[in-house]
Design a protein around this ligand. Sequence first.
Ligand code: ADP
Length: 624
Amino acid sequence: MRVTRHRRQILLFLTAILLPASVLIGLGSLTIVQERELAIKRVADRRRDALEQAGRELFARLEAIKLREINRLIRLAGTEQAKGPENPAAILVAKIEGDRLILPWEPAPQPDLRASTEYNRNRQEGEAAEFIKKDSRAAAASYRQAVAAARIPTERSEGRLLLARALAKTGSSEESFRNYRALLTEDSDGRDEQGVGYRFYAAERLLQTKREDHSVMSFLSRQVSGEVRLSLPELYMIRSLLSTLPEPEARNLQASIAGRIRQMEEVVELAKDFQRVRAQIESAAGPVWIPYGEEPWLVTIAPPATPLPGVVVVVSSAKAAPPGVTLLGRRAQGDVLGESFPGLHVKWPENRFLEEGRQRSPIGLYGAGLVLVLGITSFGGYLLLRDVNRDIRMTEVRSQFVASVSHELKTPLTAIRMFAETLALGRSRDARTQSEYLETIVNESERLARLVDNVLDFSKLEQGKKIYRLRPTNLADVADSAVRAMQYPLAQQGFQLHVSVAEDLPSLRADPDAIQQAILNLLTNAMKYSGEAREIDLRLCARNGDALIQVTDRGLGIPPDEQKRVFEKFYRAPSHESRLIAGTGLGLTLVAHIAEAHGGRVELQSSPGAGSTFSILIPIQGEA
Ligand code: ADP
């Protein structure tokens, strides 16, 4: 019976709570999974869009730089002092000659030497006088003539340098300095075969004299910040000259040209590697920019178009990249930027798309909602189960009650019937026996009436219809009639009832029938649960403003954990001994109710095996 009930409850819980809950969880999880997939897809879409956009933007920027730089080259065609690229992102704009890259600082093709044969002749004479004849004066004179005959800046600068050197040897150091200084201040563009301007040699000589540090320093800083493009050998020379200068300014300048030197060294590398780079660019179907080096640089070739031969344009990816986009070279990991940029990858800022994806899919919110719904459902299920359980328990108790009542009714009824039949058949002629039988019949009828009274009172109590009629009552009289009613059953079962009524007990307002019913219930219980003991006390007295009605037995007693529960309706102690004694579980419920209806209470002292004392306390509240 219990097992099937349990099974039914589990089934109920499963179908009413768990099944819908699991469907809910399933649907919720499905939504979450779909949301997550959607978020991932959204991220992928945004990433693709961002990539396309970055590719388009970068291509437009690079092409604009290329166009501007090529136009500049066309504008400046023929001018030797080609400045560096105009755009700060452009690193190199260089012409292609055959299969070679011409670096802008490389010496221009040798000019027509025929125009300066006189210069050459004078210079050679000077060198012969200086080094073979060791005649510095004659050498200085020849060099002076060479300077006068010079037609191009290179000759003029070289002549001056030679003249200054010869003058120094003749001892005319002032004039020698003047010539050196002139080389510095004129900023002449003459360069030797290594691509080093003669002015730098002049600076070197002036530095060796230790007299002109200041003018050399200002010359060097003018060179570094000036617009004239310096060659790599010139930068190396500036670096070594600066290292001999003590001024702090020299250190700053050194640091500032270090980057330029590194960049130019890389450009030289690129020039060496040019064939490979060119093959890569030209193998592509359309115009492409390919990554080169660590940063990486972006390199393209503009095909020959009159008046220009092919031109290589190199742009810094860090400077040209659209904001928020980092570009990486060949070996890097990342999104490939597109057909126009073979081998170029994009690195996005950390979490750029994840954040956007997350913002749009409130998965946390769904989760919290699901947990909330589940919590509410489970709580509802718990309440439902508790209710169902209580109802089941109530039904059980009621059916048990019906069985107990029937059983209790049956005993007196059987006795009444038996004695009545015996009398009716006239079997007992003895007058004493007859009166004994009659007494038993009356007594059993009273017991029956008490039982029915209890049940009826309880039902009224349940319906809230029980009414107590309070009137001035003498408790001693009430107790007396209760004792009288119990006298026969007590005597029959061999009980000794000790009654003690205090003399000063005042009368009070009470419902005498209800009080009598309570005393009868307590006395009946005392008899029922006395076990082997045969003594019961009934005591009436006044205590602390209360009237006290106390019934004591020396029987089974009640374990402490059950003492509260014995007053609950239908409650019967579960012990084996109590179970064997007939009862409905209503007697004490009524006692407690009657006491409370009189503004009082019931107290219980009991210890198992030693007996129990039930005390009804009713406030006296001024004498009635
Ligand atoms: P019942 O009809 O079962 O006697 P009651 O409400 O009068 O119903 O008592 C409730 C339970 O309290 C009893 O089943 C019994 O176990 C316990 N009880 C009541 N009176 C006593 C007593 N005097 N001694 C021991 N147990 C008692």
